[in-house]
Design a protein around this ligand. Structure first.
Ligand SMILES: [Zn+2]
Length: 409
């Protein structure tokens, strides 16, 4: 192994230790004091690794190893912000592994044609302000879906003020947009956040693409009435219709196959009394797939099922789409390199899609991209119980290092 295991582990542990949450796990919400401290530590590590450190206009931390005669950075990175009470590796692994990979290339004086970059993206999770991917979208020149001044955290702090507090001018965030050809390739190492690798007993997942997210917000409207006085055949029960839809969505998800997933995450029942027929139910559906045609088919079946449920229970139905993001395929030449590197290193791997989004998604609009997954124990993430075996962490970092070198040579 080329990477320095002990150094990698020490750095990850140190940053986690500084943001240990008394309620469990680690909390580094974006632009919080814990985030500030972690960012300071990351910058120090980048300098220790011999990288030139800079901040861009969106608060991304960029460490460059300038080598080679060709333009176009071969970059790697991830985020260091977390959800509340997050685990040790979500984001932090890919950030520190990128620094390790660059330090390793520098120390071993590997001859390279392209310069290297480690990027620690600002606010990936969106756990505080609800948007997420602020840093990576800004590098890709993609504005956030809403105006910056509309984002507020649960304590009433505005995103624009949190940015200013970190020395970031909100009106200049998109100045971080990277000119064309700045990057020739981007790789991200990340925990899987699912249990597929563990079940299949693979140490590495090579990501084929990131599933496109589609969110539906809908409602059934019937008539609230007395639960005792209204005969069953005279009701307009909005919850009965919603329940039928929930089970239909489950069936559609199972029928369309493994990579298609659909989830009802919210049901709001009004008025919500023990002796009252529900007159109104609001629901949400999260639909994802890598295959956009299959996703459209799933959405079509879900909306048809909603109309049928409404007709069956004599209620009305309304719906709208509140998010529609296309899926994104990883670059096939990068996937091939990752496969070769796994084979050379005798690491067992499999190819799989990513359900969650990552900083790689916006980066894919700038250059060719690839992602490496390591197993999440029990498939758990966004929880203090998130964990990955250190052996898998080392293998993932080694594969990241070798693939970066291959891309830069
Ligand atoms: Zn993450």
């Amino acid at each position: 192994m080329f990477i320095n295991k002990e150094r990698l582990r020490r750095r990850i542990d140190a940053i986690n230790e500084a943001s240990r949450d008394p309620q469990g796990g680690y909390t580094r919400l974006a632009f919080s004091e814990q985030d500030r401290e972690a960012r300071r530590m990351v910058e120090e590590l980048m300098r220790e690794a011999g990288l030139e450190v800079e901040h861009d206009a969106a608060g991304n931390i960029i460490g460059s190893y300038k080598c080679g005669d060709l333009a176009g950075y071969v970059a790697a990175g991830s985020h260091i912000d977390t959800v509340r009470n997050g685990g040790p590796f979500d984001g932090l692994l890919g950030s520190i592994a990128a620094i390790e990979a660059l330090q390793c290339a520098r120390e071993q004086r590997v001859p390279l044609k392209h310069p290297l970059r480690a990027i620690v993206f600002a606010d990936e999770e969106g756990a505080r302000f609800g948007s997420g991917l602020i840093g990576s979208k800004s590098i890709a020149g993609i504005p956030l879906p809403q105006p910056l001044d509309s984002y507020v955290d649960r304590d009433g702090v505005h995103l624009v003020d949190a940015l200013k507090n970190f020395g970031i001018a909100p009106e200049k965030v998109l100045n971080a947009a990277a000119p064309k050809d700045t990057y020739s390739a981007f790789l991200e190492l990340h925990i899987e956040q699912s249990a597929v690798l563990e079940q299949r007993q693979k140490q590495i997942g090579i990501v084929s693409g990131i599933k496109g997210v589609y969110w539906i917000r809908g409602s059934f409207t019937g008539e609230a009435n007395h639960a005792g006085g209204t005969p069953m055949n005279m009701r307009h029960d909005a919850l009965a219709a919603a329940s039928k839809l929930v089970t239909e969505i489950y069936r559609i998800g199972c029928e369309l196959g493994n990579e298609f997933v659909a989830t009802v995450g919210v049901l709001k029942i009004t008025p919500g009394g023990i002796n009252t027929i529900p007159g109104h139910v609001e629901y949400t559906v999260d639909v994802r797939d890598l295959d956009m045609a299959r996703r459209s088919e799933g959405i079509r079946q879900i909306l048809k099922a909603a109309e049928e449920a409404a007709a069956f229970y004599h209620v009305s139905h309304e719906h709208s789409c509140i998010k529609d993001e296309a899926s994104c395929n990883m670059d096939s030449s990068v996937m091939k390199i990752l496969e070769e590197v796994c084979r050379d290193n005798k690491t067992n791997y499999m190819i799989l899609p990513s359900g969650p989004f990552h900083d790689t998604l916006p980066m894919a609009s700038l250059c060719k991209t690839g992602m490496i997954f390591v197993p999440s124990i029990g498939g758990i993430s966004h929880s203090p119980r998130e964990n990955t075996n250190w052996d898998d962490i080392y293998q993932g970092t080694e594969i990241l290092y070798r693939a970066l070198i291959r891309l830069a040579q």
